[in-house]
Write a protein of this length. Structure first.
Length: 109
């Protein structure tokens, strides 16, 4: 159940962050509301995740997945294409999250 909540929290955070760009500094009401609702929902769900998954592991997955998904959203929606060093860096973050999930004894499988 923890990973389901975490996936939903990450998705809500990615939606909120993507809308943050569209809010143009909170000068546009619609995207600003999406930011507040997205972040609110993300943190609500995150509070439930912590019942199942240790905080450090939760945050590593949250940050890693969020970085990659925001990178993809920025490229697709805003045409902000990352350069090779950015892609390599994101790949290393994903590798780190994979190592935690596959080999760490702090992750309950």
């Amino acid at each position: 159940m923890g990973y389901l909540y975490l996936s939903m929290a990450i998705l809500a955070e990615v939606i909120g962050t993507t809308a943050l760009q569209a809010s143009q500094g909170f000068t546009r009401v619609g995207p600003s509301v999406v930011v507040v609702v997205g972040y609110g929902l993300a943190f609500y769900l995150l509070s439930h995740v912590l019942r199942y998954i240790p905080m450090g592991v939760t945050y590593a997955i949250w940050a890693g997945a969020g970085i990659v998904l925001i990178g993809v959203a920025g490229a697709v929606i805003y045409k902000q294409i990352p350069d090779l060093p950015a892609v390599i860096g994101m790949g290393l973050i994903v590798a780190g999250v994979a190592v935690i999930n596959l080999f760490s004894k702090t992750v309950s499988h």
